[in-house]
Design a protein around this ligand. Structure first.
Ligand code: NDP
Length: 322
């Protein structure tokens, strides 16, 4: 089968498109013929070595396709079923043996492309807004890179929950995308000081929560955007990892809470995975959640897709198709 893999870490040139053995499904796994693969920043971190993997490795954590065969003990899916996942690596390929525990069925009316586009970033936006800091009506939040893949979904879910959304975006075009997703206020944080603007927009109070996927360039200033006892949810490194701080810095800024969550810990039980996936698919069918699939590439152009994602020029989701 064709796959995109790395033998050593590095830049996009480290990605190799070539032949790999078609997997046999081990016990507890289903062999899935992929129809679509989601491209995510985590793939670039696996490639660069920021997140370590045993090598060689096929990249890609998110996909959708049809079950071709099942390994011993698998009971919840069968050949022919349409399935999707967001937390099983090996999706930059024509076939993947996926643990049964990571699979959810794709309902009728949701395409493979949509399913591959929504699982990882959608479940992330879901846990951030429903579990890490469960938003409620009247809360005010700041979300960075709000026109991005995860950011756009966070904005839409926050509005469903009744929160006031202050969003940052890198360009006026991205600001428009954030507004269309539901943001109440947009700060163009390459030109405007987002701390000053957040303070102004909240009458000096600060926000209840910051959702920060950008990291290095936004984290410290983001702490100052919070109200006393507010929560910093630092969940990504689009500009590089956030710097280290002393616990005392949280006290001095108002007894703040800081968390650095990751998706796997929020879909660790079958119940949580099914809850989040079912909400996403229902909202898609009800058009409460609107995806923006920005670009679709053939699998062999995975390196170009990763370059585009890292270039800061995309908004919404990038998808590969074999
Ligand atoms: P996005 O689609 O949001 O793309 C990244 C965006 O970040 C850019 O478009 C850009 O938006 C902004 N950005 C700011 N500075 C930079 C920079 N120096 N280089 C590149 N981009 C920059 O990506 P995702 O939604 O896929 O992921 C965002 C982050 O969230 C990643 O670090 C990812 O790993 C993380 N993440 C974490 C998860 C978790 O569970 N912890 C799960 C999912 C994602 P703008 O131009 O508007 O500034």
């Amino acid at each position: 089968m064709k796959a995109v893999y790395i033998q050593k870490t590095g830049g996009p040139e480290a990605l190799i498109y070539g032949d790999q053995p078609k997997p046999e499904p081990p016990a507890g796994h289903a062999l899935v013929k992929l129809a679509a693969t989601g491209v995510n920043f985590i793939d670039t971190y696996h490639r660069s070595g920021l997140y370590k993997l045993p090598l060689p490795a096929i990249l890609g954590s998110e996909g959708a396709g049809t079950v071709e065969s099942i390994g011993e003990g698998v009971t919840s899916v069968k050949p022919g079923d349409r399935v999707a996942w967001g937390t099983a690596r090996g999706a930059y390929a024509e076939y993947q043996a996926v643990p049964e525990s990571a699979l959810v069925p794709i309902p009728d009316g949701v395409s493979f492309r949509e399913a591959a586009a929504v699982m990882l970033q959608g479940m992330t936006a879901h846990y951030l807004t429903h579990s890490t800091f469960p938003l409620k009506s009247g809360d005010t939040m700041l979300v960075h890179a709000a026109a991005g893949g995860t950011g756009r979904l966070i904005v839409q879910m926050a509005k469903m929950l009744g929160a006031r959304v202050i969003a940052t975006a890198g360009t006026p075009e991205k600001g428009k995308i954030a507004r269309e997703a539901g943001a109440d206020d947009v700060i163009l944080y390459r030109d405007q000081d987002f701390l000053e603007e957040t303070k102004r927009l909240t009458g000096g109070r600060g926000v209840d929560v910051v959702y920060d996927s950008v990291g290095a360039t936004t984290f410290l200033k983001g702490l100052d955007c919070l109200r006393p006892r507010g929560m910093m949810v630092q969940f990504g490194n689009a500009s590089g990892p956030a710097p280290a701080i002393e616990p005392l810095a949280l006290s001095q800024r108002g007894s703040l809470f800081l968390t650095r969550p990751t998706l796997a810990h929020y879909v660790a039980t079958r119940q949580e995975l099914e809850w989040r996936a079912a909400d996403l698919f229902r909202w898609l069918s009800e058009k409460k959640l609107v995806l923006k699939i920005d670009r679709v590439y053939p699998l062999r152009e995975a390196a170009r897709a990763q370059q585009d994602l890292e270039s800061r020029n995309t908004s919404g989701k990038l998808v590969l198709e074999p």
